[in-house]
Write a protein that binds this ligand. Structure first.
Ligand code: G2I
Length: 550
C-alpha cells in the first residue's frame, strides 16, 4: 500500500507535469507513421531519387515519418523502359530498397499513362502497342511480384479528360477503351496479390469527372476486370476551396467494394506564404486526413513529396508553391501539425469565427462594377483568416463576391441600381463572422448595347501540355447577346489539341472561339464557359494570353 504522503507527492508531480506539458505532448515526439498505424492507415510520401541518395535530412524524414512511399518519377515508363525492351530499374530499385530497409510499403506509380511515356510507344500500331503495354506491365510488375514491399500499383493513370470523357490520349486513339481492361488483366497476370488501382485528379469531390470514374469502375468490376482500388490524387489549392464532399465521395466508391486512397496530396498557395495561408492549408490537410480516417475502406494518404524544397508545383503553376508539410529547410509547418494531430485523433475543431469586418467604403462605381474596402478582421480560433464574402441581401447564401484581402472589385452589377452590401470574414474552418455594417451605392447608367469579357484559367498542365478550363465569357453589356467571339493567343510552338463548348478555328497562333449552338445567348450579366487543351514543346511553361471578347 502506498503511504498517503507518497500519494500526495505523486499527485503533485502528476499535476505539475499536466500543467507543464501541453495537451499534445504525449504525441509530440511520435512520428506520423506511429499514429497512422494506430488508426489502421498508412501515411506516405512520394520520393525523388536524387535527394534520397544525396541528402541526409531528406532520407531521415522520409524514413522516420512515413509508412508508405511512392516513386515520384522512378517507376514511370520513361524511367523503366526508355527504349523498347531495354529495362532500367536503378531508380525504382533504390526506392524499393529504401522502403524495405525502413519497413515501408511501396505503391507502384504508374504503368499506363499518357505522360512520361517514350515516343517509341506512342508511334506503334495497335497490335504492337497492345503487346508493348502488356510486356511493360508484365516486366515491371513481375520484377516486384514476389517482393513483399511493393503491394499496389497505379495500373492506369488519368484516363479521363476534364469533362469526364475518356481522354483521347494515344492509348485511347490507338487501342480504344479496351486498353484499360487489358492493362488491369496484364497486371493481375503478373502479380496475383498486388492491389490494382485506377488513379486520377480532380475527382476528390462529387462532380462529372468523379462520376464518370465511378461508372467506369463499377462497369469494369461487373465485367470481372480486376480493379480493386481507386486513387484520388488530391492536388488541391487553397484559392479554389476545399472539396467538402470528399468523404462522401470516398464512401460511394468504397460502397462499390473497392479500396480507396489519397495518392498525391498537396495543397498549393499563391506565393508568398503567410500565416493565414499556412493556417488554411493546414485545415485542408487535416480535412483530407479526417475524411480518410472516417472511411473504413480508405487505406491511407500519400503526400506528393514532403518538403517544399522538392515539389512539382512551382514548375507547373507560376507564382504558386509551398504545397507540402515541411518547408524548404526541412522544418515542419502548420500543415505537418495538422496531419499529425488528425492522425493522433486530435479533435480540436475551430468554432470561433473571425472578428466582424469594418464598414465597407465604396469607390470607383461604374455601370457594372464597384470597388469596396473595409477594415480587416482577425481570427483567433486556430484555423486562421481565410478571406471575406461580400453579400447583397440579408441572409443571402451566395456571395456577390469573395476576396482573400480586405478589398474587392464587384463585377457583373446592373446599371442604375442601388446596392446595399455587407461583408463577412471567414476562417480556414469555414466559420463566418457577423455581418459588417452596410454600405449603399448606386451604379451609373450603362451605355446600352454590347460588351463582353473573357478570361481563361489553366486548370491543369503537364510537361508538354495543358488544359484551360474554364474560359469564362461574360456579357457585361445591358442587352442580351445572341452570339460571342473570343480570341486569344497561343505562345509560339503551342498547338491546340481539343476544345469543348465552342467552335474553334486557329490561324497562326491566334485562336478564334465562337459560341456553340447551346451557349450563344447571354442575358446581361450572365456568362458561359468553354475549354480547350493544347500541347507545347517539352520544358516550355508558357500558357495562352490576350483573351478578348466581342
Ligand atoms: O503533375 C503532378 C502529378 C500528377 N499525377 C501524376 C503524377 O505522376 C504527377 O507527378 C509529376 C511529378 O511530380 C513531376 O516531377 O509528374 C511530372 C511529369 O508529368 C514530373 O515532372 C517531371 C518533369 O516534367 C521533367 O522535366 C523531369 O525530368 O519530372 C521529371 C523528373 O524530375
Amino acid at each position: 500500500m502506498l503511504s498517503s504522503s507518497l500519494v500526495r507527492v505523486l499527485t503533485l508531480v502528476g499535476t505539475l507535469l499536466a500543467f507543464l506539458l501541453p495537451a499534445t505532448s504525449a504525441d509530440a515526439s511520435s512520428p506520423l507513421r506511429t499514429h497512422a498505424s494506430a488508426r489502421g492507415k498508412f501515411i506516405g510520401a512520394a520520393l525523388a531519387t536524387s535527394p534520397l541518395s544525396n541528402e541526409t535530412s531528406y532520407r531521415n524524414i522520409a524514413a522516420t515519418e512515413f509508412s508508405q512511399v511512392t516513386a515520384e518519377n522512378a517507376m514511370k515508363w520513361d524511367a523503366t523502359e526508355p527504349s523498347q525492351g531495354q529495362f532500367n530499374f536503378s531508380g525504382a530499385d533504390a526506392i524499393v530498397n529504401f522502403a524495405t530497409q525502413n519497413n515501408q510499403q511501396v505503391h507502384g506509380h504508374t504503368l499506363v499513362w499518357h505522360n512520361q511515356t517514350p515516343g517509341w510507344v506512342q508511334g506503334l500500331s495497335a497490335t504492337a502497342m497492345r503487346s508493348a503495354m502488356q510486356n511493360h506491365i508484365s516486366q515491371v510488375v513481375g520484377r516486384y511480384a514476389s517482393n513483399a514491399t511493393v503491394v499496389s500499383w497505379d495500373v492506369v493513370n488519368e484516363v479521363f479528360d476534364d469533362n469526364g470523357n475518356l481522354r483521347t490520349s494515344f492509348w485511347y486513339n490507338t487501342l480504344g477503351q479496351s486498353y484499360i481492361a487489358d492493362a488491369f488483366r496484364a497486371a493481375r497476370a503478373a502479380d496475383s496479390n498486388a492491389r490494382l488501382c485506377i488513379n486520377d485528379y480532380n475527382v476528390e469531390g462529387i462532380n462529372a469527372k468523379s462520376t464518370a470514374m465511378y461508372n467506369l469502375v463499377s462497369s469494369l468490376r461487373q465485367q470481372g476486370v480486376p480493379v480493386d482500388c481507386v486513387g484520388f490524387q488530391g492536388h488541391l489549392a487553397i484559392q479554389y476551396g476545399f472539396p467538402n464532399d470528399l468523404q462522401q465521395n470516398l464512401q460511394r466508391f468504397a460502397d462499390l467494394g473497392v479500396q480507396v486512397r489519397i495518392t498525391e496530396l498537396d495543397v498549393r498557395m499563391q506565393m508568398p506564404r503567410d500565416a493565414s495561408k499556412d493556417a488554411t492549408q493546414a485545415t485542408y490537410y487535416r480535412n483530407v486526413v479526417n475524411a480518410c480516417l472516417n472511411v473504413t475502406a480508405c487505406a491511407g494518404v500519400t503526400i506528393w513529396g514532403f518538403t517544399d524544397k522538392y515539389s512539382w508545383v512551382p514548375d507547373t503553376f507560376q507564382g504558386q508553391g509551398a504545397a507540402l508539410i515541411y518547408d524548404e529547410n526541412y522544418q515542419p509547418k502548420s500543415s505537418y501539425n495538422a496531419v499529425h494531430d488528425a492522425l493522433a485523433g486530435g479533435t480540436t475543431t475551430d468554432t470561433t469565427p473571425p472578428t466582424t469586418p469594418g464598414t465597407p467604403v465604396a469607390g470607383n462605381v461604374t455601370s457594372n462594377s464597384a470597388g469596396l474596402t473595409w477594415t480587416a478582421s482577425t481570427d483567433s480560433g486556430g484555423s486562421g483568416l481565410a478571406g471575406y464574402n461580400v453579400y447583397r441581401e440579408q441572409g443571402a447564401t451566395d456571395p456577390l463576391g469573395q476576396s482573400t484581402t480586405n478589398s474587392i472589385t464587384l463585377t457583373g452589377l446592373s446599371p442604375e441600381t442601388q446596392y446595399q452590401v455587407y461583408v463577412r470574414a471567414r476562417d480556414g474552418a469555414g466559420n463566418l463572422s457577423a455581418n459588417s455594417p452596410l454600405v449603399t451605392f448606386t451604379t451609373t447608367a450603362g451605355q446600352g448595347g454590347g460588351g463582353c469579357t473573357a478570361a481563361g484559367t489553366v486548370q491543369t498542365q503537364w510537361n508538354n501540355g495543358y488544359v484551360v478550363q474554364p474560359v469564362t465569357v461574360t456579357n457585361t453589356g445591358t442587352s442580351s447577346m445572341s452570339g460571342w467571339t473570343v480570341t486569344f493567343t497561343l505562345p509560339a510552338g503551342h498547338t491546340l489539341t481539343g476544345s469543348w463548348n465552342a467552335s474553334v478555328s486557329v490561324s497562326g497562333q491566334t485562336v478564334t472561339a465562337r459560341n456553340a449552338g447551346h451557349n450563344g445567348t447571354l442575358a446581361p450579366n450572365t456568362g458561359t464557359t468553354f475549354g480547350f487543351q493544347a500541347s507545347r514543346p517539352n520544358g516550355n511553361t508558357q500558357t495562352p494570353s490576350g483573351y478578348t471578347c466581342a
